[in-house]
Design a protein around this ligand. Structure first.
Ligand SMILES: [Zn+2]
Length: 109
């Protein structure tokens, strides 16, 4: 495994910027990232727009998740690295289930 990983990560109001270890840079629209949230819940919403996702366990479940993922906030509150393979974004509405793998980000960028 010798895949490049982020050397630097920046977050603005509308964009996520990643500088990779090889020096290249990518920018991602937060709106796009949110729309493509890779968590199981949002995937279910995207694939079956007419069907409500089953309620996830836990008191932090937010009613907005019953709406379509596209209408969710695209404002990110923060991020953290997940192991050596991905990046977790925390959205302003508290949604933080999606882990964007570096592989995915490299392909999107
Ligand atoms: Zn999600």
């Amino acid at each position: 495994m010798n895949k490049k990983r982020p050397a630097e990560i920046g977050l603005s109001d509308t964009e996520l910027a990643i500088r990779w270890q090889d020096g290249s840079e990518n920018r991602y629209s937060l709106q796009e990232l949110r729309r493509n949230c890779p968590c199981a819940q949002c995937r279910a919403l995207r694939e079956e727009p007419g069907v409500q996702a089953p309620p996830a366990p836990g008191p932090l479940e937010l009613p907005m998740l019953n709406d379509t993922a596209a209408s969710a906030t695209a404002r990110a509150a923060g991020w953290e690295l997940v192991g050596r393979y991905g990046l977790r974004l925390t959205w302003a509405d508290g949604h933080d289930h999606g882990i964007y793998t570096f592989e995915y980000l490299r392909e999107e960028g």
